[in-house]
Design a protein around this ligand. Structure first.
Ligand SMILES: Nc1nc2c(ncn2[C@@H]2O[C@H](COP(=O)(O)OP(=O)(O)O)[C@@H](O)[C@H]2O)c(=O)[nH]1
Ligand SMILES: [Mg+2]
Length: 320
């Protein structure tokens, strides 16, 4: 595959080129990896011009339904949207996230939207790595909003927060249970909290939950920053309140422009160092003799050698 031709296709906004480019970065083949790196380097100048949004919340809160409705709202307003997922377990759990075509059907057919299911295999680290690169490809293809859906489990939320500008947490009506989220620390990192399913019989409970969250957050936060997290309500089924969520995202994007830029710089530096960590690990796997590594591993497992000391010895023996 020629990286130049593929880069041209991506820049033109050709969906098939974008899909192929993402398949390329997800590949584990050594030669594919090289081409993927050339491609990403070529496309770097065309990246960055989007708002990157993480959409999180417990399974069943309505993330996929919300993204579909919110996404349709955005494309109707002239935006070009890309939806990616961080879901290392999508294969095993039956692909409830984006593989569920019935749920994002309209969005998948929308010419202004690009919906990409989660990479089929991999550890969270591997999936997160590829998702980060996929964000860049989507931006190069002209998508000005990129949404990353998480599975709503701690680790994937942290990974998503580390690659996005805005963390949108969906909550269920029924504040009692959901206030537990505050203990998990996730409510505290959210920039926007949206009580979903504010419709029908749940409308009252949603109102109540929103008030509870407002109160709880006012106790938690000092509110000295440029942005005070907003608590909104919506129905992803009727579409009510979705416009207000979009308006809040836009407010965030404009008031936080310089904070977002700083956040991205910090994220990029973290990315560099996590890739260095990965690269060292991979190099060690290739260079060190397996028998001596497993001997050291055994020493550590049996409690005869501290992990820190063993790690330093192995790294130093590789560098030599
Ligand atoms: N009444 C109502 N049901 C919703 C709403 N949003 C999602 N649901 C339903 O909640 C269930 C879980 O939704 P889904 O989007 O798959 O949740 P996810 O696991 O967070 O992605 C589905 O049956 C949806 O139809 C909403 O705003 N109102
Ligand atoms: Mg889902």
């Amino acid at each position: 595959m020629e990286p130049d031709a593929l880069a041209d296709g991506v820049r033109r906004g050709d969906r098939r080129a974008l899909a192929r480019a993402i398949t390329l970065i997800e590949s584990r083949r050594e030669d594919h990896r090289r081409t993927a790196e050339d491609l990403l380097t070529l496309l770097m100048p065309a990246t960055g011009a989007s708002i990157r949004i993480a959409v999180s919340g417990v399974p069943g809160v309505g993330k996929s339904t919300f993204i579909e409705t919110f996404g349709r709202h955005l494309t109707a307003a002239g935006h070009r949207l890309a939806v990616l997922a961080i879901d290392p377990s999508s294969q095993r759990s039956g692909g409830s996230i984006l593989g569920d075509k019935t749920r994002m059907e309209a969005l998948s057919r929308d010419p202004a939207a690009f919906v990409r299911p989660s990479p089929a295999q991999g550890t969270l680290g591997g999936v997160a790595r590829r998702t980060r690169e996929a964000i860049l490809l989507c931006e190069a293809a002209g998508h000005d909003v990129v949404i990353v859906e998480t599975v709503g489990v701690g680790q994937s939320e942290i990974a998503a927060a580390g690659m996005t500008d805005l963390f949108l947490l969906l909550l269920l009506p029924g504040a009692g249970d959901e206030l537990q989220g505050i203990k998990r620390g996730i409510v505290e990192v959210a920039d926007l909290l949206v009580v979903n399913k504010a419709d029908g019989a749940m409308a009252g409970a949603a109102n109540h939950a929103a008030a509870e969250y407002r109160h709880a957050l006012s106790l938690l936060r000092s509110g000295t920053g440029a942005w005070t997290p907003e608590i909104l309500q919506c129905s992803s089924v009727t579409g009510e309140g979705i416009g207000k969520v979009a308006a809040a995202v836009e407010r965030y994007r404009t008031t936080m422009a310089s904070a977002i830029a700083e956040r991205r710089r910090a994220q990029a530096r973290d990315w560099l160092w996590s890739e260095i960590g990965e690269a060292v690990r991979e190099a060690m796997g290739r260079r060190l003799d397996a028998a001596s590594v497993s001997a050291v591993e055994c020493e550590v497992a049996e409690g005869r050698l501290p992990g820190s000391v063993a790690a330093r010895r192995l790294v130093e023996s590789m560098i030599k």
